[in-house]
Design a protein around this ligand. Structure first.
Ligand SMILES: C[S@@+](CC[C@H](N)C(=O)[O-])C[C@H]1O[C@@H](n2cnc3c(N)ncnc32)[C@H](O)[C@@H]1O
Length: 237
């Protein structure tokens, strides 16, 4: 029996703004995954580990410059307290615009682990020592700058959660975009005709081999159209 069958997959998220997570982490598939005991997602307020009565979690940057920097002690102490002995077996990642790019390959890699801890930065970012002390990964969800790490943490938690065995139907995640090369084929559902556009006849034919071939071809066309960068990546392999 694997650990997945015994324990839920646990994600701990550390943030200065825990209320941001209320909706997205408690609806739809993630809600069902948590209700069924497959997922265990916990949000922690970093300010609970501050030491002064103002619950100060940030300070001015050494060396000068604009903005505030999130202090190391509350974050390090929060992660150590929450993870306890599991700290050595948990994949800890700091959300960072300058980190390595988060991809579906990493989502699959993380879903195969037992625990994930995500640390959300804000303001100018986090004191660099946090990453060294916690031996943390740094992840970016794309080449743009957001106001905080909360949305990236939600993106990562969501994409990893749906790959955890038992969260969604296993068949749904076999053929989707980025699972092999390129993006997925187009989908259609009722009505068969809408505003003059008909569902392609082949999908109504019931001929599974032809449908599969058509979907492969459509996936390749969509990849070339929307993500030509993936086509050249594959060709250079
Ligand atoms: C305003 S940003 C800080 C940007 C930082 N000064 C820089 O230039 O890289 C505040 C926080 O948002 C998060 N963040 C912003 N963009 C992100 C991205 N593309 N991926 C992951 N986290 C991001 C990080 O946690 C970051 O510490």
């Amino acid at each position: 029996m694997s650990h997945d069958e015994i324990n839920p997959f646990r994600i701990d998220i550390f943030s200065l703004f825990p209320a941001i997570f209320t909706g997205p982490m408690s609806e739809s598939i993630l809600k069902r995954g948590q209700a069924s005991g497959t997922l265990d997602i916990r949000i922690h307020d970093i300010r609970d580990w501050t030491q002064d009565r103002h619950r100060t979690a940030d300070d001015t940057p050494y060396g000068g410059g604009a903005g505030m920097v999130m202090k190391a002690p509350p974050i390090v102490e929060a992660v150590e307290a929450v993870l306890g002995d599991a700290i050595s077996t948990t994949h800890i990642a700091i959300m960072s615009a300058g980190g390595r790019r988060f991809t579906q390959t990493l989502a699959r890699e993380f879903a195969a682990k037992s625990r994930l801890a995500l640390i959300c930065g804000h303001y100018e970012g986090i004191d660099d020592r946090v990453g060294h002390i916690l031996n943390a990964d740094e992840l970016s969800i794309g080449d743009y700058v957001l106001t905080g790490g909360e949305l990236p943490a939600m993106v990562i938690a969501d994409s990893v959660s749906r790959l955890v065995p038992g969260v969604i139907d296993a068949e749904s995640i076999i053929e989707e975009s980025h699972s092999a090369t390129g993006v997925e084929y187009p989908h259609y559902t009722r009505p068969v005709e809408y505003r003059g556009l008909r569902v392609p006849d082949i999908l109504l034919s019931g001929h599974h081999a032809n449908i599969e071939a058509w979907r492969r071809e459509q996936g390749a066309e969509r990849t070339a159209h929307w993500r030509p960068d993936l086509v050249s990546e594959d060709e250079s392999d």
